[in-house]
Design a protein around this ligand. Structure first.
Ligand SMILES: [Zn+2]
Length: 79
């Protein structure tokens, strides 16, 4: 049985500061975004841990925690 007519559109998370892209294992790396966009991927912006720690050293852990739990959008949360 193959009922995959409308596979979910993949979402790419991009760090808005260094523009690296989050890989499946959670690490951030540089990829050619134009290819991903061309393939119909959606882009969402976030921050990679490196940039969070550099920009907000005092609040880094709190911010990273909120980002890591941000996948469940049903749970509204303010930064
Ligand atoms: Zn970054």
């Amino acid at each position: 049985m193959s009922d995959i007519k409308n596979p979910p559109q993949p979402i790419i998370t991009v760090c808005c500061y260094c523009h690296r892209v989050r890989a499946e294992d959670g690490t951030f790396e540089h990829i050619d975004l134009s290819k991903a966009i061309h393939r119909g991927f959606s882009i969402t912006h976030s921050m990679c841990p490196d940039c969070v720690r550099e920009l907000y050293p005092d609040q880094a852990e709190d911010i990273l925690e909120s980002i890591s739990t941000d996948d469940s959008l049903s749970k509204p949360r303010e930064l």
